[in-house]
Design a protein. Structure first.
Lengths: 157, 190
């Protein structure tokens, strides 16, 4: 396992080999399972997010905490056993560089999270669950990302 | 089996599945887990407008768009194929707090008194869809990631900047819930 210290984006594709369009179907399948878990454990619920920020239920803390621990153990095992990707490449973790944007942007996202009851993942699952009005929230989020891109060089980092 | 699947899942089951997404994506294709980047790829693909942030080879990151389309599809299958049979059980204290704001539907995952098209062109819609969505999109990009990229992938790989981001996600959420929402609901319910 090695670290990419200068990734070009977050959620970086670190695969050296090129993939065919169709081989992307496997990410669609993982995403689908992920979306099912989101609905079945009610993670996409606006109420679960309200409970979390009011500290009136352990549910979301349990979900995120368990996910972090499982992720941590998995990465430890990958490192210890030097596990490779299916096509034999060394696994690469993208570095998360520090910037003041983590503070300002993080706080802004938190404000939006409590209003919409959704981080970007659940937005997609809410739309799939039939809350079609969330398409508007999603489009506004795309516009927010675009506006950040427009203003990037004028903002403190 | 199907009966088990049709119950709402315990947080620990969900946490294990979500945590396993990290190694699964790495092993099947050396992909770092993160979802908000999909919003950036959509900008890069559809409205790049010569903005430096959107000038990169988004096609190399197309896996991420497949992934989020899967999340949407999973939302559909989970709701219309394997739905939880009982109504959602919201904590009584949360119900009491939200009733004060005029929320009255506690049966569904989302309160229909907020999340319906009827509210689209109202003050409620402005806050809950337009402003809320904008903050999610702007904030996650400014922070370089969201709950998946920072709070799960970043914390699992022991990167301290992701801890900073996670702390500020939570602070923003607490501030909005306890200071912002009372003001917003007060305006809406006037």
């Amino acid at each position: 396992m090695k670290v990419d210290i200068n990734p070009s984006c977050d959620a970086q594709n670190e695969l050296a080999q090129r993939e065919s369009f169709l081989s992307n179907i496997k990410y669609l399948i993982v995403g689908t399972l992920f979306g099912i878990v989101f609905v079945k454990a009610e993670i996409i619920s606006w109420f679960r997010i309200q409970e979390m920020f009011r500290m009136q239920s352990f549910h979301m803390y349990g979900v995120i905490g368990t996910a972090v621990v499982v992720g941590m153990i998995s990465l430890f095992i990958i490192k210890k056993l030097n596990i490779k990707t299916l096509n034999g490449e060394e696994i690469v973790i993208a570095k998360k560089p520090f910037s003041k944007g983590l503070i300002y942007g993080g706080f802004m996202f938190g404000l939006g999270w409590a209003i919409t009851g959704a981080c970007p993942g659940p937005l997609f699952a809410q739309i799939g669950s039939g809350y079609l009005v969330v398409i508007v929230t999603f489009l506004s989020a795309v516009f927010g990302t675009w506006t950040y891109g427009l203003l990037q060089k004028h903002l403190p980092h | 089996m199907l009966e088990f699947i049709k119950q709402p899942w315990h947080w620990s089951v969900a946490g294990v599945f979500i945590g396993l997404t990290v190694p699964v994506l790495l092993i099947i294709g050396n992909k770092n887990f993160g979802i908000s980047s999909s919003l950036r790829h959509i900008c890069a693909a559809c409205i790049p407008a010569n903005i430096p942030l959107f000038k990169y080879n988004w096609k190399n990151e197309i896996w991420n768009l497949f992934f989020v389309f899967g999340v949407l599809l999973g939302g559909f299958l989970g709701t219309f194929g394997l739905a939880n049979e009982a109504d959602i059980q919201v904590a009584q204290s949360t119900i009491d707090d939200l009733r004060v704001f005029g929320v009255s539907d506690f049966k569904n995952l989302m309160p229909t008194d907020i999340f319906s098209f009827d509210n689209l062109f109202t003050l409620k819609g402005l806050f809950f869809f337009i402003i809320g969505g904008f903050l999610v999109g702007f904030g996650t990009r400014y922070a370089g990631g969201c709950t998946s990229g920072h709070s799960i992938m970043g914390l699992a790989s022991l990167q301290w900047p992701s801890l900073v981001a996670t702390i500020f996600f939570m602070l923003g959420g607490f501030a909005m819930t306890h200071l912002g929402l009372p003001i917003i609901f007060n305006l809406i319910n006037k």
